[in-house]
Design a protein around this ligand. Sequence first.
Ligand SMILES: *Cc1c(COP(=O)(O)O)cnc(C)c1O
Length: 407
Amino acid sequence: MKQAMQKYIPYGRQCIEEEDIAAVVDVLRSDWLTTGPKVAEFEWAFAGTVGAQYAVALSSGTAALHAAVHALGLGPGDEAITTPYTFAATANCLLLEGARPVFADVCESDLNIDPAGVRRIIDAKYRGESGTLRNRETGGVLRAIIPVHFAGCPAEMDELAAIAREHNLIIIEDASHALGAKYENNSIGSCSHSRLACFSTHPVKHIATGEGGLLVTNDEEIAARARRFRNHGITTDARERAGRQRAWYYEMTDLGLNYRLTDIQCALGLAQLPRLGRFLKRRAEIADKYYRQLGDVAAIILPGYRRENAHAWHLFVMRLRLEALSVGRDEFFSQMREMGIGVNVHYIPVHLHPYYRRRFGTKPGDFPVAEAAFAAAITLPLFPLMTDDEVDYVVNCVRKLVTRYSG
Ligand SMILES: *Cc1c(COP(=O)(O)O)cnc(C)c1O
């Protein structure tokens, strides 16, 4: 084994080729570095890829989530149920608009929000009152559910959509992990079960624009509101105004931010998008190798998913069976890092972050499935440029540590 020459293997990284560089350089030589033609081109291409009518490019996935909450008009007095097993931005987007996240625990198998848990929270915390659900404690009204397709594995959208229909709730998909995933035959992002979906184009995600995000929807009004929100709540942008008589005139109709994605970034995204199919195929091959080469290791749990869905394999999160090992996750993690493997931990449950504890009084024990997963989780490297040798090396290191600490 070429262990000695092994270079550090990160858990994820972008795949940049000459055509990406050329596309970015072209924009640098053009008239528009931002708010130019590449933005709409990228939006059209992205919408086409996921099967949505509209896509709005924003400066990050977090900005896309924030725009979503704003465009839906969620604010003070509104609540949304989401998963604690995610990146904090999923829940933070509500707080940014004055709305309140309420967590529901995840399924043990795939670590996605558990629809049965959502029903239990609704029954326990809310009472029906003239067509709305009102929180008995806070007085807030439940308006939305925000599932995350964890690691690229689609959440149980049929069941979530049934709950949403029953109680008149909106579904916002945090699809940051799920570009290219399918729920049964529905492409994630086609909004077959939701009002809108948000993606991220951070370099560890499926395609890279540096920073970046997209809000996709089939609702024209929501797309228009998100477009205004990314541009200070202003109705038209500079390029649209250029040909008009009073070209200086604009109206700010709403409060917004500068959440624009530049043409430089959109050109990079446009150059990457045609290779998404290849990226996904390689991600699936690597995941498959992990299943084949680690499937017999009794002391670890490999991710569960339903084969009728297409998994996008953003992350490969294995879990240690801590009761079968004489080592904890943190020591296992350190030793993997020492062997040059950039393992990671996804995620510290959101309700355990100091900010959430302080503000909402959440604490360990609140969401036992998410907390147990967190205590045992190790994210193995997975990205399109990862070589078979690198996968084999990661597998060998996992097996070596498991053997060392078994029995
Ligand atoms: C990456 C990510 C985001 C936001 O992404 P940024 O583009 O980094 O702002 C939101 N939610 C989840 C679950 C993510 O993984």
